[in-house]
Design a protein around this ligand. Structure first.
Ligand SMILES: Cc1cc2nc3c(=O)[nH]c(=O)nc-3n(C[C@H](O)[C@H](O)[C@H](O)COP(=O)(O)OP(=O)(O)OC[C@H]3O[C@@H](n4cnc5c(N)ncnc54)[C@H](O)[C@@H]3O)c2cc1C
Length: 384
C-alpha cells in the first residue's frame, strides 16, 4: 500500500530520532516517526546524562530521573583514585525506557505522527525516498536514519558497520562499596582490561556495572567481564545476567558518515559515541537537532541537507576524534596517562571542565602533549 507524501520520515525514535522529529514538527513540517518497538521499550544503557546532556533538556524529565551525580571518579590499577566532584553542575542517571518514552511523547505533542511497532525493512533512495515496513510503503522528501547501531538507513547508504567497540552491562541490586565511598559519582576504571574501560554508575537501588572494549577484544568480552567483576570482588555469577550491545564510537574511519543528498544519519547510526567515556545520548540529541535544522535550511532552498549537516557535525566530530586520540594512550598506558592527570592540576581541571561541558577534548589533548616529557620522567622515576 502506497501512502501520502511526508516532508521527512525519521526511522527510529531513540534520543536522536525523537529530537529530530520534535524540531521538524515544531517548525510545521509533516513528519512521520517510525519505531520498530513499542515504547517504553527496554534499552541497554547505564543511563548517565552528563551535565552537557542535562543542559540540552528544556523540558521536565523528572519522572525518568533515578539519581543526581556531581562529577566522576577514575580508578586505575596503580595509584590513588582521581576524584573530580563539584556541586556546581549536575549530571543525572535516568531510566532509559522512560526517558526515551518522554522524548517520543514530546515529539508527538509537537505534531509528529509516530507509529510504534513498525520496523523499516527497506529504504530506496531518490528524490522521493521510499521507506518500506511490514505494513506499508511510505514516501518522503527527506529521511533521517536514527535507527541506532545496526541502522537499516546506514546500510542503504552502503556505510560499513561502525561497531568500533562493544559493551556489556548488568544492573545489580546492591550498592557496591566503591559507590558507597563516592555516593554521587559515576566511577570509571582504566587499566583493568587489555583495551577499553569499566564503569560502575549509581542507579536507583543498585548500580550498573559494565565494560566497553574495542572491537578487537569483542570475542573475549564475557571473559573480560568476569575478570573485571573479580577485580572488584563482585560475584562472577553476575556475568550470566549481563547483556551486550555495539558501541559505534567516533574514529577517523567514521568522519564522513553523515548522509547523502536528502538522507541523513544521526546518533549511533552516524557513529557519534564518545570513545573515551561511552557517552552517546547527548550526541544523539544534538545530531538529531542538527539534522532537523539542516533539512529546514534545505527546504528554504539553501543547499542539499546533507552538505549543511556534514558541516554542522564537523565540530562535534573533530572533538570526538581528539577524545579518540586521548583514549588510545589511556588504554595502552593507563598508569602513565593517569599519572599526568594526578600530577598536573591544569590537566585534571580541564578534564573536569570537559565532564561539566565547559571545555573540549582538543584542549586536553594539547595540554597532554605538552606534559609528555615531564610525565615520562616522573613515571620512570616512580618505577625505579
Ligand atoms: C551498555 C551501554 C551503556 C551505555 N551507557 C550510556 C550512558 O550511560 N550514557 C550515554 O550517554 N550513553 C550511553 N550509551 C550509548 C547510548 O545508549 C547511545 O549512544 C544512544 O542510545 C544513541 O541514541 P540513538 O537515538 O542514536 O539510538 P538508539 O537509542 O539505539 O535508538 C534507535 C531506535 O531505533 C529503533 N530502530 C532500530 N532499527 C529500526 C528499524 N529498522 N525500524 C524502525 N526503528 C528501528 C530502535 O528500536 C531504537 O528505539 C551506552 C551504550 C551501551 C551499549
Amino acid at each position: 500500500m502506497m501512502t501520502e507524501l511526508y516532508d521527512t520520515i525519521v526511522v527510529g525514535m531513540g534520543p536522536s530520532g525523537s529530537t529530530a522529529c520534535y524540531h521538524l514538527a515544531r517548525a510545521g513540517l509533516k513528519v512521520l516517526g517510525l519505531e520498530k518497538r513499542v515504547m517504553p521499550r527496554p534499552k541497554l544503557c547505564a543511563g548517565a546524562l552528563s551535565p552537557r546532556a542535562v543542559a540540552m533538556l528544556d523540558f521536565d524529565i523528572g519522572e525518568a530521573v533515578e539519581c543526581e551525580v556531581h562529577g566522576a571518579v577514575i580508578y586505575s590499577r596503580t595509584g590513588h583514585p582521581i576524584e573530580m566532584s563539584t556541586q556546581e553542575t549536575r549530571g543525572l542517571v535516568v531510566d532509559r525506557p522512560r526517558f526515551d518514552h518522554l522524548l517520543l511523547k514530546r515529539a508527538a505533542a509537537a505534531g509528529a505522527q509516530v507509529q510504534e511497532g513498525e520496523a523499516v525493512v527497506k529504504v530506496t533512495p531518490g528524490q522521493i525516498i521510499e521507506v518500506q515496513t511490514g505494513r506499508a510503503t511510505y514516501r518522503a522528501r527527506h529521511l533521517i536514519g536514527a535507527d541506532g547501531a545496526n541502522s537499516v538507513v546506514a546500510r542503504a547508504l552502503a556505510y560499513p558497520r561502525g561497531h568500533v567497540g562493544y559493551a556489556l552491562e548488568c544492573v545489580i541490586p546492591d550498592r557496591h562499596e566503591i559507590i558507597r565511598r563516592h555516593p554521587e559519582l559515576p566511577v570509571f576504571f582504566y587499566g583493568y582490561l587489555p583495551s577499553g574501560y569499566g564503569w560502575i554508575f549509581p542507579r536507583q537501588g543498585g548500580v550498573s556495572v559494565g565494560i566497553g572494549v574495542f572491537a578487537g577484544h569483542a570475542r573475549a568480552i564475557r571473559a573480560l567481564f568476569r575478570d573485571f567483576l573479580d577485580a572488584l570482588s563482585l560475584p562472577a555469577e553476575y556475568a550470566q545476567r549481563c547483556r551486550g550491545f555495539p558501541l559505534p564510537a567516533c574514529t577517523i574511519g567514521t568522519l564522513r558518515r553523515y548522509g547523502r543528498e536528502n538522507i541523513l544519519v544521526a546518533g549511533d547510526a552516524a557513529c557519534l559515541i564518545d570513545p573515551m567515556t561511552g557517552e552517546g545520548i547527548s550526541y544523539a540529541m544534538q545530531s538529531g537537532e542538527l539534522a532537523a535544522r539542516s533539512i529546514l535550511g534545505s527546504l528554504l532552498g539553501h543547499e542539499p541537507a546533507s552538505r549543511a549537516y556534514g558541516r554542522a557535525l564537523r565540530s562535534i566530530r573533530h572533538d570526538l576524534l581528539f577524545a579518540y586520540l586521548i583514549a588510545l594512550p589511556l588504554n595502552l598506558f593507563p598508569g602513565m596517562s593517569l599519572l599526568s592527570l594526578r600530577e598536573n592540576q591544569v590537566i585534571s581541571d580541564t578534564l573536569k571542565e570537559i565532564i561539566m561541558g565547559q571545555a573540549r577534548y582538543r584542549e586536553l589533548f594539547m595540554l597532554g602533549f605538552k606534559v609528555v616529557p615531564t610525565t615520562l620522567w616522573a613515571y620512570c622515576k616512580g618505577r625505579r
